[in-house]
Design a protein around this ligand. Structure first.
Ligand SMILES: Nc1ncnc2c1ncn2[C@@H]1O[C@H](COP(=O)(O)OP(=O)(O)OP(=O)(O)O)[C@@H](O)[C@H]1O
Length: 430
């Protein structure tokens, strides 16, 4: 933390989706100039929600957010790299570059050229966005988020699959950007970025801040970030004795999904190099690839965090979605070459879904972990909800009283002023 006034300050910020999912619970957080903060936490712990709320992209249900930017236009001062970029067909990279430069009225060409070099945009300028690989799209989205020279950059996905030559370049660029007094928040970055860039880690658990430590503190207490995440994983684990089994189980899922991603990427690249490829098939294959990559990321996250009901639900939902996407492709298009691979993936996922996530239970190497809520858990949740509502009511009452008090004071003040001027008038008449 290089300066004492926070660039953003969140007080008592909560987010409840659709009046039922309590995604963020009373978050108090200060972000400072020049620091790089990494958000950690299992799937569904609220990282993306927090980023979107800070970015002013999503409305918080309760609480306040104060910004302290030098730039008056908040849209220029904060920038968020979005996770999924749905670009319309027919746009080349250079078209979007021009559009962004115009939107932000960015006349500093030296800056744009520097960004293009760091993020490898020169090499893809003539390409259509719909033909870029997922990783390239992610990096491109980060490039776009820097165009306006924002004081606060929120990065939702910094893939661990980034080309090595860019990894180092991007890290050095980030370091320079931070040294100039800007702030960067990363959502669950890879170990490379955690070890080489991060000043502070904020660990979210079920919508609450579980830990907020500087890297110095992490290293002093745990020796390395890796040891820290491992240790927190142990602390959080609901069924501690299942720890060893869990990592074994996830390692199979992990290896398989990784291999499938690689196979698909090769096929996609081969297709892209052919002259007359079917664009619809290519896009569908990319969809499958993206879905498996997303699944793999969730499994990666789960293996350094802990099993809870939400994370398991998310994974089983992602498996189901992937199967659906594969079916869509295999039913509509029959191409021998990748049909076999897609069938293998589908079989594997269907088997995992049945074997592991059957009947609201997760089976880890033959042991059953119940993921249905017990009666006592349900009661606890009800109590929590009640407590939350009461606290909110108290806050509202406090606000109303404050307003009433302010109004009464204003009335008193007005009466006193009127009285004085009446007295003065009487005095004048005399
Ligand atoms: N639009 C939405 N509507 C309803 N619930 C949502 C919505 N977006 C997120 N949630 C829920 O809010 C909780 C927090 O989700 P969020 O995406 O912020 O977590 P996360 O830590 O970023 O997870 P991941 O790493 O999987 O993206 C989860 O329970 C999620 O299911």
């Amino acid at each position: 933390m290089k300066e004492n006034t926070p660039i953003v300050e969140l007080s008592n910020v909560s987010k409840i989706y659709n009046k039922e999912v309590w995604a963020l619970k009373k978050i108090d957080l200060k972000l400072y100039r020049g620091e790089c903060v990494s958000l950690l936490g299992s799937n569904g712990s609220g990282k993306t929600t927090l980023l979107r709320i800070i970015a002013n992209n999503l409305k918080n249900t309760t609480g306040t957010i104060n910004y302290n930017f030098e730039e008056e236009n908040i849209l220029k001062a904060i920038s968020i790299q979005k996770r999924e970029q749905a670009w319309p067909n027919g746009f080349k990279v250079k078209d979007i570059n021009d559009l962004w430069i115009r939107i932000y009225e960015m006349a500093d060409l030296e800056w744009i050229n520097k960004l293009k070099d760091v993020f490898g945009v020169n090499e893809i300028e003539e390409k259509y966005l719909s033909k870029l690989s997922i990783v390239k799209l992610q990096v491109y989205a980060i490039f776009l988020s820097f165009i306006s020279k924002p004081e606060l950059v929120l990065i939702d996905e910094l893939s661990s699959d980034i080309d090595f030559k860019y990894e180092e370049k991007i890290t050095n660029f980030f370091k320079e950007y931070l040294a100039a007094g800007n702030t960067i928040i990363l959502n669950h970055p890879s170990y490379y970025f955690l070890e080489n860039l991060t000043d502070r880690v904020v660990y979210l658990n079920d919508g609450e801040i579980f830990d907020d430590l500087s890297i110095k503190e992490v290293k002093k207490e745990y020796k390395s970030v890796m040891e820290y995440t491992k240790s927190i994983f142990k602390e959080e684990l609901i069924v501690e004795k299942k720890l060893k089994n869990k990592s074994k189980f996830f390692s199979t899922m992990n290896t398989k999904t990784e291999a499938y991603c690689n196979n698909l990427q090769t096929i996609i690249e081969e297709l892209e190099n052919q002259e007359n490829y079917n664009e619809k098939v290519l896009n569908r294959l990319k969809e499958v690839y993206f879905s498996i990559l997303d699944l793999k990321t969730s499994i990666d996250n789960l293996s350094i965090s802990y099993i809870n009901k939400t994370s398991i639900k998310i994974i089983s939902k992602k498996i189901k979605t992937t199967i659906k996407i594969i079916n869509k492709l295999t039913i509509n298009y029959r191409y021998k070459k990748y049909h076999k691979l897609l069938n293998t993936i589908e079989k594997f996922l269907t088997k995992e879904l049945k074997r592991t996530f059957a009947n609201d239970k997760v089976i880890v190497n033959g042991d059953v972990l119940s993921i249905t809520m017990s009666e006592s858990e349900k009661k606890q949740l009800e109590k929590l909800k009640e407590k939350y509502i009461k606290e909110e009511q108290k806050n509202i009452r406090r606000k109303i009283l404050k307003q009433q008090f302010k109004k009464q004071n204003e009335v008193k003040l007005k009466t006193a002023v009127n009285q004085t001027s009446a007295n003065e008038e009487i005095h004048d008449e005399i």
